[in-house]
Design a protein around this ligand. Structure first.
Ligand SMILES: NC(=O)c1ccc[n+]([C@@H]2O[C@H](COP(=O)([O-])OP(=O)(O)OC[C@H]3O[C@@H](n4cnc5c(N)ncnc54)[C@H](O)[C@@H]3O)[C@@H](O)[C@H]2O)c1
Length: 248
């Protein structure tokens, strides 16, 4: 998949770990100017140390909506312009219905949906008029029921619809906004899954694909392509990158 992100200034959230880190490193490797954002300051520093190219870091808690505008302001003062926003930060809570509290539900939505919305709101005035891009990370679980993931699956379905709705709102501009919906990916998020007492492992595992979990490098090429001016066709799309998970 050909992409050309050289010199493009791109914000990557969730850049301290997993898919966000891999994306930040891939952008930097391809000559982009990366503004790496995450809650985890130490993880961001590791990402910066691993990078072969330009990576500036900014630690902030995206569950607070008030922290979104400052992310864009800092990126603009760092680079002077902005070409891309990748909303990759996310949280997963595996829990039975009885254990979901209003606070947990709100936290999932604050990180997985509200932050991408308010980061987009602040970024779009800078992105339009220069072929800017937004890439959101949804999930295959947006399209299939999944035991013990009611909050997460709803948040991922919401980001698919947010992607489509903003794509329609900005269809007369040169902005391109898309999402990808991965199946299982080999990251700290998947490794951290724990089964609380009373949860039936079988109900959770039955939704797993027969194929192995993906590696982050299989997804970063697609994220770079969707962030590239070479992408002249995808807009408002959610690409299923789930190796068959939602096919049947
Ligand atoms: N791992 C999978 O199987 C999988 C599948 C589909 C979609 N996804 C999505 O991919 C994205 C990346 O997940 P990952 O697997 O790399 O997980 P990860 O846990 O390795 O990385 C998530 C990152 O988000 C950051 N983050 C969490 N809350 C934050 C907050 N309040 N403010 C700022 N940063 C915060 C974390 O610190 C972490 O660095 C997520 O949106 C996730 O939902 C993952």
């Amino acid at each position: 998949m050909q992409s050309n992100v050289k010199d493009r200034a791109v914000i990557v959230t969730g850049a301290a770990s997993g898919l966000g880190r891999a994306s930040a490193l891939a952008f930097a490797d391809a000559g982009a100017r990366v503004f790496a954002v995450d809650l985890n300051e130490d993880g961001l520093a590791e990402t910066r140390d691993l990078a072969k190219g330009e990576v500036a870091t900014f630690a902030t808690d995206l569950s607070d909506a008030a922290n979104c505008q400052p992310v864009i302001d800092k990126a603009i003062s760092q680079f002077g312009y902005l070409d891309g926003l990748c909303n990759i930060a996310g949280i997963l809570k595996v829990m039975p219905l009885a254990k979901i509290t209003p606070e947990t539900w709100d936290l999932i939505f604050a990180v997985n949906v509200r932050a991408p919305l308010f980061l987009s709101q602040a970024a779009i005035p800078h992105l339009t008029g220069r072929g800017g891009t937004i890439v959101n990370i949804a999930s295959a679980t947006a399209f299939a029921g999944y035991a013990y993931l009611a909050g997460y699956t709803c948040s991922k379905a919401a980001i698919v619809q947010m992607t489509r709705s903003l794509a329609m709102e900005f269809i007369k501009t040169d902005l391109r906004i898309n999402a990808i919906a991965p199946g299982g990916v080999n990251t700290p998020m998947t490794k951290s899954i724990e089964f609380a007492e009373g949860m039936e492992r079988e109900l959770f595992m039955r939704s797993m694909g027969v194929r192995p979990t993906a590696e982050v490098e299989q997804l970063t090429d697609i994220i770079l392509y969707l962030s590239s001016p070479d992408n002249t066709i995808f807009h408002g799309t959610c690409l299923n990158t789930d190796d068959g998970f939602t096919a049947g």
